[in-house]
Ligand binder design. Structure first.
Ligand SMILES: [Zn+2]
Length: 582
């Protein structure tokens, strides 16, 4: 399940999956996993590593040829902690020292095997180190353990080996040992604040959780839902972000979350947003268990509407997800999971009164423009999934394409039902099945859609997945608005996007606006705008600070092709012939 991305949303769906989380009644015989983490500090009182003790109490014995622990060694393009050599896992069981061997598979998993039949309680010890990063580290899923302004932040699946993921229900306990920690050290994870927290469910609950320790700042709020449930909502960060107003963002997101939780009939206990500072560059979010990580850097000023969109998008990932048919196909169903997140991140803030009509139109037109001017718009769903990591534009395709498909479907359902129903009906029905642990895949979605729209619903979906152009019916977001044809130039970076990682311009397209602006092959990239900004915003320029010989040069250009393509924008119904500004 891991689609981690850069743009606001890269990687977002990352750890999102339908997890089985049981309520708190306990059965005495239930297997348990206890994880104790001890932060280690340097002389400046910065956390430099985490010592971990993992205790697994499970009635099952593991044979020498069977898997005792597993860990994902790479998530997208982000490597995990590599426990070997002097930092190998050290394990014991009731019969004493348990030596382990491991093997790595081609799909990025590492499996540890015991040298003999295990007996009783298994204890594993290891030390997790933050990943060493520099300005050439490519942006990727926010899973890796990183140092952050004296603290540390990372997702369990990048540094905690766990029993093989299956349907076994564990009591999962997390303990932080803070006896040697300096004053002011606090801790939090996806499922709890404070030095001890517990949750019951499958092992994936642990692997899809993010951990944070150090001089944490936070904003928390209790949120009361209609059904009597009270949730804890929290935003956590280190230092003081200067590129946006974190206090304001936290209040805004709490408000948004409270309303969304009601809309999706949430019944969970908590939701958390973690911020990660990247001193080089990196901007975007990755989703985890009832939480997400927003990464920001010193260069990118985050406008309020963008922040609202990111928060909204990531929060939606708490609820509707499409079940995957193929095991391990992380991009399958991205059109739904990301499309739904984009759809509701545009619709709900307006519906809740958090943005005005003009801001809504602007948001809708950003979405439409992002779809129509995506240079890879004609890729089939399968092609887009396979090539998602090649290029940010390919990665973004399921977001806007899925959303456009959903806008169209919404319009058609409203039209057919005379305004009585909307896309909310099949979406909430699929979500109900997901929560009841029933089938909630593509087949079920199409059945629900056929109930609403007849057989054409299936053809609409096929057209989308074949990459055919989607032009939603005109009243797709209500009769106040209509679609107006307004052609635009497709996005074109003008050089190879891998240059952004290698930091040297390559693959420059002759005659492109990038070339006309003066970029040359071999220019060293000192600094650059996040590419999704211009990919998602039609009028946005791309700016780079490059170094050529001893000279630093600012290059700014409009990263668009010269020829326009078919594009549609929303406008108010009353404004005949007017085109809304983006
Ligand atoms: Zn997403």
């Amino acid at each position: 399940m891991s689609r981690f991305l850069w743009n606001p949303l890269t990687a977002c769906k990352a750890a999102m999956t339908s997890l089985s989380i049981l309520s708190k009644w306990s059965v005495p015989t239930r297997p348990s996993i206890s994880l104790t983490l001890t932060p280690n500090f340097n002389a400046s009182e910065h956390i430099v590593s985490l010592s971990a003790i993992l205790v697994v109490q499970d009635a099952r014995q593991v044979n020498s040829g069977d898997v005792l622990f597993e860990m994902k060694m790479i998530e997208g393009n982000v490597p995990s902690n590599d426990y070997q050599g002097s930092n190998s896992l050290k394990a014991t069981d009731d019969n004493g020292v348990l030596s382990l061997s491991f093997s790595d598979t081609s799909n990025g998993m590492r499996y540890w095997y015991p040298s003999r039949l295990t007996e009783g309680i298994i204890t594993a010890q290891f030390e997790a180190f933050p990943r060493e990063v520099d300005e050439q580290t490519p942006v990727g899923p926010r899973v890796d353990l990183r140092m952050d302004q004296g603290g540390i932040i990372g997702a369990a699946n990048s540094f905690i080996p766990v029993p093989p993921s299956d349907d076994t229900i564990f009591d999962i306990h997390l303990n932080w040992n803070l006896t040697a920690a300096p004053n002011g050290t606090t801790v939090v994870c996806s499922f709890g604040d404070g030095a001890t927290s517990s949750k019951t469910g499958v092992v994936d609950i642990l692997t899809t959780s993010t951990f944070m320790a150090g001089p944490i700042q936070k904003y928390t709020q209790k949120i009361a839902l209609e059904n009597g449930v009270t949730e804890t909502f929290g935003v956590y960060w280190f230092g003081s972000p200067r590129t946006f107003d974190i206090e304001k963002g936290a209040r805004m997101s709490a408000d948004l979350f409270a309303k969304m939780a009601q809309f999706f009939k949430d019944t969970e206990e908590s939701y958390r947003i973690f911020l990660r500072f990247n001193p080089y560059r990196g901007f975007g979010g990755s989703g985890f268990l009832r939480s997400f990580v927003l990464e920001y850097d010193p260069y990118q000023t985050i406008e309020e509407n963008v922040l609202l969109y990111i928060f909204a998008h990531e929060m939606v990932h708490n609820w509707p997800l499409m079940e995957q048919e193929a095991e391990g196909d992380s991009e399958e169903g991205a059109w739904y999971t990301e499309g739904i997140a984009d759809y509701y991140s545009r619709i709900l803030p307006y519906k809740f009164g958090l943005i005005n009509e003009q801001q809504f139109m602007q948001a809708m037109n950003v979405e439409a423009s992002s779809y129509y001017t995506n240079p890879n718009r004609e890729l089939t769903d399968d092609e887009a999934n396979e090539r998602a990591w090649e290029d940010v534009a390919i990665q973004r395709l399921p977001y806007s394409r899925g959303a456009m498909y959903l806008f169209d479907a919404n319009g058609k359902i409203m039209e057919k039902s005379g305004g009585a129903r909307s896309i909310d009906k099949p979406v909430l029905e699929l979500l109900r099945r997901q929560e009841n642990r029933q089938k909630h895949g593509l087949k079920e979605w199409l059945l629900l859609m056929v109930q609403e729209l007849g057989p054409r619903a299936e053809e609409d979906w096929k057209m989308m997945s074949r990459g055919e152009l989607i032009v939603p019916i005109s009243n797709a977001v209500g009769s106040d608005f209509k679609l107006v044809r307004s052609d635009q130039e497709p996005w074109e970076l003008g050089f190879s996007s891998s240059s952004l990682s290698s930091r040297i311009i390559g693959g420059l397209i002759p005659g492109s606006r990038a070339a006309e602006a003066g970029l040359r092959v071999g220019d060293i990239i000192v600094r650059n705008d996040v590419v999704f900004n211009s990919a998602d915003n039609y009028e946005r320029n791309m700016t780079l600070l490059i170094k050529r010989g001893e000279t630093e040069i600012n290059v700014s250009y409009w990263p668009r092709k010269w020829e326009k393509v078919e594009c549609w924008q929303w406008a108010r119904h009353s404004e005949e012939n007017s085109r809304l500004e983006l």
